[in-house]
Design a binder for this molecule. Structure first.
Ligand code: SAM
Length: 266
């Protein structure tokens, strides 16, 4: 099995739309028309959820005229949130076919099909023209992509001169063993967690310049307190669930939710 097959298999799962609708119904909520806010607890697959999407996208100087690319868009939660908030057009691409199928249906149900288009494909070989986008964003995807140089080169290719590319990933910030499972990987074989410097070096080699860096560890603490409050306490010797395990690594200062913003010279 190739690494990209293993990554897609990790995230695959049919029936996501039905599961979301069942969860909404269980919460006493059966909307005729969905919105990104209603969907947010179910389709924003990164630390901090929709609040993080607003914070991060707010740093990318996106306007209603921007052509925005969402690299590794998942089921399209962040793409719909930004399209609905700012009014721009968002193109998403993701390796996991089930996410694109579900995400396209959710986009239709949000009446956002005119502003959000989702494609199945790899961030390392995107079916887009050179300089097709003014802005690009990537949320919690690089932890699954070992070829950071190839990723940065491909994003730099499709980004227009003067464009910005924001990365919001879980990054290694100190030595120490990373134990699995993590939300992005059941075992080390599908994980490619790197330090901020590895992203920055790969980006600079692709012609992108770092313009901002933010450690969002403090914001993650509130998010995890909320998530972990719903989980039973761990028994001694029990393998932690992926979210509890990630929270522990962040608290130990081994991993940090990190934003990097790059500029392509105009
Ligand atoms: C943790 S999810 C984040 C999804 C979305 N960005 C979000 O925040 O809701 C990681 C996503 O990265 C996608 N992914 C991993 N490697 C990829 C690649 N080489 N090309 C495109 N997508 C990839 C996975 O399929 C998955 O949907």
């Amino acid at each position: 099995m190739t690494s990209s097959d293993a990554v897609a298999q990790h995230y695959s799962g049919r029936g996501l739309v039905d599961r979301i609708m069942a969860a909404l119904a269980k919460a006493g909520h059966e909307p005729q028309v969905l919105t990104p806010d209603i969907l947010a607890p179910h389709d924003e697959f990164h630390v901090g959820g929709i609040e993080a999407t607003h914070r991060f996208s707010g740093r990318l100087e996106i306007t209603p005229d921007s052509r925005l690319l969402d690299v590794g868009c998942g089921a399209g939660g962040p793409a719909r949130t930004v399209a609905a908030t700012i009014g721009c057009h968002v193109t998403g691409i993701d390796l996991t076919a089930d996410f694109i199928t579900a995400g396209t249906e959710l986009t239709d149900r949000c009446h956002l099909a005119g502003r959000v288009t989702l494609h199945h494909g790899s961030a390392l070989d995107m079916p887009f023209d050179d300089a097709a986008f003014d802005r690009a964003m990537m949320l919690h995807v690089g932890m699954n992509i070992a070829d950071k140089a190839g990723l940065m080169a491909e994003v730099a290719r499709v980004l227009a001169p003067g464009g910005l590319f924001g990365v919001y990933d879980m990054m290694r910030v100190s030595d120490g063993e990373i134990g699995f499972p993590m939300p992005w990987a059941p075992h080390e074989g599908v994980s490619a967690v790197k330090r901020p410097e590895d992203y920055i070096n790969a980006a600079e080699a692709a012609g992108l310049t770092l313009v901002a860096q933010h450690d969002e560890t403090n914001a993650a603490e509130g998010f995890f307190q909320h998530i972990l409050a719903t989980k039973p306490p761990l028994e001694p010797g029990q393998t932690p669930d992926p979210f509890s395990n990630l929270a522990a690594h962040i608290r130990q200062g081994i991993l940090a939710p990190t934003e990097l913003i790059f500029h392509k010279a105009g």
